[in-house]
Ligand binder design. Structure first.
Ligand code: RNT
Ligand code: ZN
Length: 415
């Protein structure tokens, strides 16, 4: 008997169907953020690099410098990750023809058609994000909530363009596209007026979302604070949840780096499910704050996936990743973080949910505690190894050499 067969028997004795879990994990797409490959730099910056609302730290050599390099790095990472994949794009990854450049309020589908071709060739879906940072049109750290009419107009037009592009991507791929809006707007020090910027943001959102697009799922991503905007965030959790709740078709995206450290997204998912038919996520890892460290197979990621699974919401929760670490090999960062997200999903699918729920419902909390603890040492590793084998990707520890070889052959030549 192989280790996998033996593991399957152990799980079966607890009423867990390993084959069903493997199939469910393989069918669930994870949207992999393209911005891990180049430190959120994008292709459209005239000044070079991220800044103005977003920050990446580290200077590990070999980051992708253009479309060709970014595609190659993404494919290398994807070949080492099991499961169904989507590409999470940002508007700043517009592909311009030689000598061409247009400002962000003028981008069109044409600038993303090469990404659609790439996605189609490789069987990936696509998700999209307006890029409302790293741009001189941010005024005093404000965009859609700015008191300056021209600034607001520019960013409204950018967001409208992004939704139109998302619709065309969706049409081209015969799929729906999540178009997620995050803006960094906020204030460093105590505001004199907390209401007016939010009224302006609400009015801007109304304009942005006025047009209905059948292939687009819209979301708005809140945040609690960031470096430089410690005192006030315009797009707070209450603001966006209220906005989404009153605007059908707009969903609140939960990024688990965007809350106070004692708040958990795992608890927010089942709090929102009674009210929203979809919940989009940015799965990340905050260290003390929204630091966007590489996702680990840690308690909170497992708890998030547990909620996705045991609420029966695998199809309703849209899983996207959001981390960027420039201090380590970027391809390895993609591989480790995404494999860990996949791992947590498979792990969650292999828990004794029925027995745990029955214990809670009957008030047998002692049994619930025992079951939850003992399920932690089930032979999960053997099922994970089989999952990788069936997906045709290397098992744990054997992908690392591929990445190091790629670093030698490709990344180190990028000087
Ligand atoms: C920033 C938000 C946002 C970005 C990406 C690049 O705090 O999490 O989602 O990380 O859009
Ligand atoms: Zn995010």
């Amino acid at each position: 008997m192989t280790r996998f067969e033996s593991a399957k028997e152990i799980y079966a004795s607890l009423g867990i169907d390993v084959e069903a879990a493997l199939a469910a994990a393989a069918a669930k797409p994870i949207s992999i953020h393209i911005w891990q490959g180049d430190d959120v730099r994008g292709f459209d910056s005239l000044t070079g690099g991220a800044g103005n609302g977003i920050q990446t730290t580290g200077n590990y050599p070999g980051g992708a410098r253009n479309f060709e390099e970014l595609k190659a790095d993404f494919l290398r990472a994807a070949s080492l990750i099991p499961g169904k994949k989507r590409i999470n794009l940002h508007a700043c990854y517009a592909v311009f023809a030689d000598g061409e450049w247009v400002d962000r309020d003028r981008i069109t589908y044409r600038h993303f058609a090469p990404w659609v071709e790439f996605a189609r060739e490789n069987g990936f879906g696509i998700d999209f994000n307006p890029t409302v940072f790293s741009d001189p049109m941010m005024r005093d750290g404000l965009s859609l909530s700015s008191p300056d009419e021209r600034t607001r107009r520019f960013w409204i037009d950018h967001c409208k363009a992004c939704r139109r592009i998302s619709e065309e991507i969706g049409e081209a791929l015969g799929d729906t596209v999540l178009c997620n809006l995050w803006i960094p707007d906020g204030l460093k020090d105590t505001p004199a007026d907390r209401l007016e910027p939010r009224e302006r943001l609400r009015a801007a959102l109304d304009e942005i979302f006025a047009e209905k697009y059948p292939h687009v799922v819209d979301s708005v991503e809140s945040k609690v604070f960031a470096i430089g905007v410690e005192s006030y965030t315009v797009g707070s959790s209450e603001f966006y949840i209220s906005y989404a709740a009153t605007h059908p078709g707009v969903y609140p995206l939960l990024d688990n780096g965007h809350y106070h450290p004692t708040e958990t997204v795992s608890d927010k998912i089942p709090a929102l499910l009674p009210f929203f038919d979809k919940i989009p996520l940015h799965v990340t890892r905050g260290v003390r704050w929204d630091s966007d460290h590489v996702v680990l197979f840690d308690d909170e990621i497992r708890e998030i996936m547990l909620e996705v699974v045991r609420t029966g919401a695998v199809d309703r929760v849209l899983i996207g990743l959001d981390f960027f670490d420039a201090s380590i090999n970027r391809v390895a960062a993609w591989v480790i973080g995404t494999r860990d997200a996949e791992k947590a999903l498979l792990w969650a699918l292999l828990q004794p949910h029925d027995a745990l729920r029955a214990a809670q419902e009957s008030g047998d909390f002692t049994r619930r505690l025992m079951l939850a603890e003992e399920s932690k040492t089930l032979p999960f590793g053997d099922v994970w190894t089989e999952y990788c084998r069936r997906a045709g990707v290397p098992a744990d520890s054997s992908w690392y050499d591929c990445v190091m070889q790629y670093e030698k052959d490709v990344l180190e030549t990028r000087k």
